[in-house]
Design a protein around this ligand. Structure first.
Ligand code: NAG
Ligand code: NAG
Ligand code: NAG
Ligand code: NAG
Ligand code: NAG
Ligand code: NAG
Ligand code: NAG
Ligand code: NAG
Ligand code: CU
Length: 602
């Protein structure tokens, strides 16, 4: 059905049909006002950005199929956009919020209306600004789209008790939002300056915020060394140099080129000023014994992938990035930046306070942050210094599991619950990419080293133009037509992993290897040799996925959404360092969809 060429008339009919359907859908309004503020979410004051006076911004919630009508008012002193992470923007490619790609940035004291459909999308998403690295200064929040009641749901594999099922379905309507973000004592622009000037990447995180709250915790050198053992081994194996952790848990990366620079004064990783603890409130989530709880877990950070666990509690992952999966009951979850999970937890303790932990999964730093899960309704933040004695942490501050029999969520085997499979066979288009660190703070996705330029975000949006982009540039202009089957082959050249994100589409991960590149020109060539990493049977269906250091991923999607879609690493310093491409999809049809105002013509 998807593969047959679709005529222009057909597409007009499709648009009309979707408009008729929309009549029954609600329009849900939000105003998001962005302002600067001087705040200390982790106890250290700095310049931050807020959404409606708070960070994270307000939860945006609607029912599947509704229209979201969101007016973004920019009261910052910088140009800004808002991206709706995971929302495909089908039929509204100009509302994707990627500055210089789908729209011009919103000037200070101006507004922009994002009004788009959520048809065929459900679950947890998030919004964040999409220019420079400003979202890590506070411009982010959660979106929850309540799934339609008639969607097949995976809860029978957890329980067949009808009371329990009703409770889970009720909780699913309003899951508890738990989002982690990386927090620095500097603004993102200050970090990018340090990065460009001194060639430091990454700098040290100060704290991990959960739902915008957290504190700076200083661990003993022993505890850091113990939890950081495997990170240190990994790093020194790659560099063959000795290294160590500083008091903030940052690995001394021992890079060259620092002659004459006082690394201590610079607070370079491995040379930080002495860690100074703070005692600000953590997020507290209250529960009662014998409940079924549903949590939305999202990594909204700008720097690090994290591990997640809950002291003394297993949990069942039921949804990944807007798709119900075949459930897995585990004790630990890996969250690349942007990754989103819905989990179900049976709260089976009488009393006590337990930590919902996030620990940095990257080599560069041993750092942990947590929210508290409290069974004791009368505890207050001031009374709570941390988990109670009966809480059993399942992982240490380095994210290492404490017991051998504990399980980690397996992304590669998390196939959609409804067995949604990719089309088989050869692709119509293949995009071959290479993620490479081309300098200390310079990154690329193109085999020829081409980079996203800083000026692109301030240029006329690529979506508006009829220019043909040259081969080898970061704009992939292969003449993709609606109905084409597209493969992205991404090989990773160097020893850092990248949490990749595709706009406008979900993809199947049809091949993945942690340690080996994909040595074929096309998937077809790999199929001819029955290559063992190919998976057409039960591949995960995602919009974000991590390519491991020295590994590969092959992502397959159906071109059913004309537009200009970014594909990029979600680590801010890597994107700013150049690690992004833009895929032009059915340009003619995309331009035909766009109202004049979206093309800048009024
Ligand atoms: C958004 O702001 C406008 C005023 O500009 C107001 O009329 C409208 O009611 C607000 N909408 C919501 C959902 O707050
Ligand atoms: C969406 O907003 C634009 C710009 O404000 C407006 O022209 C358009 O009619 C709106 N569309 C819908 C479906 O509300
Ligand atoms: C619920 O019932 C189905 C169908 O009989 C079965 O496959 C499933 O294992 C049951 N779930 C549990 C948790 O026992
Ligand atoms: C480097 O900076 C630190 C912190 O400002 C200072 O204590 C130290 O004396 C400086 N070292 C040199 C060699 O200047
Ligand atoms: C726990 O029980 C109390 C008292 O009945 C109730 O107010 C509260 O909402 C319950 N908490 C949850 C998460 O259901
Ligand atoms: C919590 O405090 C209220 C009011 O002080 C008291 O009535 C209630 O019994 C307390 N609940 C628990 C579980 O201690
Ligand atoms: C990665 O970039 C470096 C620096 O530009 C270059 O020397 C190296 O050849 C590149 N790696 C690959 C596999 O192309
Ligand atoms: C691949 O598998 C097919 C079916 O099992 C078999 O017929 C074919 O010979 C295999 N090709 C190679 C190169 O191993
Ligand atoms: Cu990256």
């Amino acid at each position: 059905m998807f593969r047959s060429p679709v005529s222009r008339i057909h597409s007009v009919i499709v648009v009309l049909l979707s408009l008729t359907k929309a009549v029954s859908a609600k329009v849900v309004d939000y105003n998001l006002t962005l302002t600067p503020a001087y705040r200390a979410p982790d106890g250290v004051y700095r310049e931050t950005f807020l959404v409606n006076g708070q960070s994270p911004g307000p939860l945006i919630v609607c029912d599947e199929g509704d229209y979201l009508n969101i007016l973004v008012r920019n009261e910052l002193l910088i140009p800004i956009t808002m991206h709706w992470h995971g929302i495909r923007q089908k039929g509204t490619p100009w509302l994707d919020g990627a500055a210089g790609v789908t729209q011009e940035a919103i000037a200070p004291h101006r507004s922009f209306r994002y009004n788009f459909s959520t048809e065929d999308q459900y679950g947890n998403f998030w919004y964040h600004s999409h220019i420079r690295a400003h979202y890590q200064d506070g411009l982010y929040g959660a979106i929850y789209i309540r799934p339609k009641a008639d969607r097949p749901k995976p809860y029978n594999s957890i329980t067949n008790d009808s009371v329990a099922l009703d409770e889970i379905l009720e909780r699913e309507e309003n899951p508890v939002i738990v989002s982690v973000s990386d927090w620095y004592k500097w603004t993102s622009e200050a970090i990018m300056l340090r990065q460009e000037y001194y060639g430091i990447d990454p700098p040290c995180l100060q704290s991990l915020l959960v739902n915008g709250k957290g504190r700076i915790v200083c661990h003993s050198a022993d505890e850091i060394a113990q939890a950081g053992q495997s990170k240190l081994k990994e790093f020194t194996a790659g560099t063959k140099t000795d290294s160590y952790f500083d008091s903030q848990g940052c690995l001394n990366l021992k890079k060259n080129g620092f002659e004459g620079v006082n690394l201590t004064a610079l607070e370079a990783p491995g040379f930080s000023a002495q860690c100074q603890p703070t005692f600000t409130d953590r997020e507290i989530i209250y529960v009662n014994n014998s409940q079924w709880m549903v949590f939305s877990i999202t990594n909204m950070g700008g720097s690090m992938s994290h591990y997640f666990s809950i002291d003394s509690h297993s949990f069942t992952v039921v949804m990944v990035e807007g798709t119900y999966i075949k459930p897995q009951t585990v004790e630990r979850l890996f969250l690349g930046i942007g990754n989103r999970f819905l989990i179900v937890v049976k709260t089976n303790k009488q009393s006590g306070v337990y930590a919902m932990r996030f620990a940095g999964a990257e080599v560069a730093q041993v750092i942990e942050g947590f929210a508290l899960l409290s069974y004791d309704a009368n505890t207050t933040a001031e009374q709570l210094e941390g988990p109670t004695e009966n809480a059993e942490p399942y992982m240490d501050i380095g994210g290492n599991l404490k017991l051998k029999n504990l399980l980690t969520f397996n992304s590669a085997s998390a196939a959609p619950f409804d067995d949604l499979k990719p089309p088989q066979g050869a692709a119509d288009r293949t995009i071959r990419l290479l993620s490479n660190r081309t300098g200390v703070v310079s990154f690329s996705l193109m085999p020829n080293g081409a980079q996203l330029s800083e000026s692109l975000e301030h240029s006329m949006p690529l979506l508006w133009t009829t220019d043909k982009f040259p081969e080898g540039s970061i704009v992939i202009d292969q003449g993709i037509k609606t109905g084409d089957l597209v493969d992205i082959i991404l090989n990773n050249a160097r020893a850092v992993s990248h949490p990749m994100h595709l706009h406008g589409h979900n993809f199947w991960v049809i091949s993945e290897d942690l340690d080996h590149n994909f040595e074929y020109e096309t998937v077809k060539a790999a199929m001819a040799e029955n290559h063992s990493t190919l998976n057409f049977e039960n591949p995960p269906f995602r919009d974000g996925y991590t390519v491991n250091r020295a590994g590969h991923i092959v992502l397959r999607f159906i071109a059913d959404n004309p537009g200009a879609w970014m594909f990029h690493c979600h680590i801010n310093s890597h994107v700013i360092g150049g690690m992004a491409i833009v895929i032009i999809e059915d340009r003619e049809r995309a331009l035909g969809l766009m109202p004049d105002f979206a093309k800048g013509l009024v």
